[in-house]
Every structure is written in C-alpha cells, then in structure tokens.
Design a protein around this ligand. Structure first.
Ligand SMILES: Cc1ncc(C[n+]2csc(CCOP(=O)(O)OP(=O)(O)O)c2C)c(N)n1
Ligand SMILES: [Mg+2]
Length: 269
C-alpha cells in the first residue's frame, strides 16, 4: 500500500470510529493524517509486536484529542486488532477519546490536557539523550494549544539542553475549539517565535502533502545541537468535503449513519 492509499484507509477508519460512536474530534484527527503516515511509514523505528521495545522512537501526540487518528494508524500497522476501532470512547474501551498510554498499545504518552504532552516529550528526549539512546522523539502540538504558557517553558528548556533528538510538528490548521486561531488569540509570528527560542524551524506550505512532510523530515533528521520544529499548514477536516466545509464547526462533530456512508463513499480509492 503506498502512502496515498494508506492515508485514505486511515481516514476511512477514523470516520468509521467516530461514525460508529456518533460524535468525535474529526477535524483535528483528519488534519494530521499525512504527518502520522509519513512518520510511521518512512521514519519511525517501532515493533507492533513489542510496543514497549527499548530504544524505540516515540511519538507524543500532545493534542491528545486526535486519538482517533493515531488509533487508526496503529491498527493498520498491527499494534492491535482493527475491530477495536469500533469501540472508540465506549465504556471499558481500550481506545478512549484522548490518548492513554495505559490503555492502548503503541501510545507513548497519555495526553489531552493541552500543553502537557509537549513537556513530556521534552523530558523523554532529555532522558533518552542522557542514556545515549539513538531514539528520535517526535511530538505533535496544535495551533490553539500553542497559546498554553507551558509550551513556551518547554520550548526554552529543550533548546537549552540542545535536544537534537526531538522533532516537533505544529499542526497549523488555523482553528481551535471555538473559532479561528487568529481571531481567538493569534500565535503569529510563530516561526520567528520558535527561532527566537533557539529551535531550527522548517515551514511546510501543504501539511497534507506526504511529499512535503517527507522532505521536511529528511532535513530535520540531520539538524545538530538544536531541536527542530516543522510548522505544517494543514486543513482541519481535510479529506471529506462536508467535514472540511464545516470549518470551525468540525472540531467535534456528530456523524450520522448517512454521513458515515457519504464520507466512506468519498474516501474510496
Ligand atoms: C488545558 C486544556 N484546556 C482546554 C482543553 C479543551 N480543548 C480540547 S481541544 C481544544 C482546542 C485545541 O486547538 P488546537 O490545538 O488548534 O487543536 P485542533 O483542534 O486544531 O486539533 C481545546 C481548547 C484541553 N483539552 N486542555
Ligand atoms: Mg488547530
């Protein structure tokens, strides 16, 4: 399966997860599909049969409400049976709405309280470096999440410690829970902010292009003495037209059985 087909499959699975439960964070799950696909397919060192393997690369999805996207990827890679996806968010499930490392094989950190996952990623990167481990630590934060003060404390700490084993993504989809990010509280000039905090910054014009994400990651692997952030302009809800068109209303959406069928039809190869 090539990357494009993999992304289509992942989006079909996300919409199935959320459509089966009836409601969920579809917008911010869809916006990071290409980032997840390129990371897991082209870069990360992991073993689905041994999810806690020593020295594995880690992914901390700090915007933990995008759990449904991560679960769809992990299921397709064989971390657990695909039937689990139909239990998203149900009582007793292994796949809660937000990422939980104690419930789901392949989840490296429990996240959902915005800002905290990124601090954990920085701590894990420092620990890994102190152990002389070769692992790379990847993390994804949101643009709304970037309004959290905790993000900037960790940003400063990461460059102070020269964490060149840490690669972050900013899922810059321009929207948060209650509106457009630049109307709620603009994070601009965001590239300059990260540079001023001592990070290497790579900007990706189309964060829903696997090629552009791959090119950025290729450069990021070889940055020495500083952590690296890939600022990826994405589209919230990318991949299904009625979800994308819902705009700021696609943060958490009800998906009816009819809408599920409509979305699956559009996501056919
Ligand atoms: C500390 C904290 N405050 C508020 C929330 C509620 N909340 C969940 S998602 C979200 C919006 C996040 O926006 P963004 O980071 O842009 O992510 P996206 O919705 O684009 O995926 C908010 C406010 C939370 N999870 N944690
Ligand atoms: Mg956002």
């Amino acid at each position: 399966m090539n990357l494009k087909e993999f992304c289509l499959q992942v989006r079909r699975d996300i919409v199935q997860e959320i459509g089966t439960f009836g409601v969920g964070h579809i917008g911010g799950s869809f916006s990071i599909v290409e980032i997840l696909a390129v990371l897991y397919k082209n870069y990360m060192n992991f073993d689905p049969k041994n999810p806690k393997k020593e020295s594995r690369d880690r992914l901390i999805v700090s915007k933990g409400h995008s759990g449904p996207a991560v679960y769809a990827v992990l299921a397709n890679l064989g971390f657990f049976d695909k039937s689990w996806l139909l239990n998203l968010n149900k009582p007793g499930t292994n796949l809660p709405s937000h990422c939980d490392m104690n419930k789901t094989p392949g989840i490296d950190m429990t996240t959902g309280s915005l800002g905290q996952g990124f601090s954990c990623a920085v701590g894990i990167a420092l620990g890994s470096k102190l152990k002389n481990d070769k692992a790379k630590i990847y993390t994804i934060i949101g643009d709304g999440e970037s309004q959290e003060g905790q993000i900037w404390e960790a940003t400063m700490f990461a460059s102070h410690n020269k964490l060149d084993n840490l690669i972050a993504f900013l899922d810059y989809n321009g929207a948060q829970i209650d509106g457009k990010t630049n109307e709620v509280c603009s994070i601009e000039p965001v590239a300059e902010k990260w540079k001023a905090f001592g990070w290497h910054v790579i900007e990706v014009k189309n964060g829903n292009s696997c090629e552009e994400i791959n090119d950025a990651l290729k450069i990021a692997q070889n940055i020495k003495n500083k952590p690296c952030i890939i600022i990826a302009k994405t589209v919230k809800g990318y991949g299904v037209s009625f979800i994308e068109k819902a705009g700021v209303d696609n943060h958490s959406m009800n998906i009816s059985k009819e809408q599920l069928e409509l979305a699956l039809e559009e996501l056919k190869k």
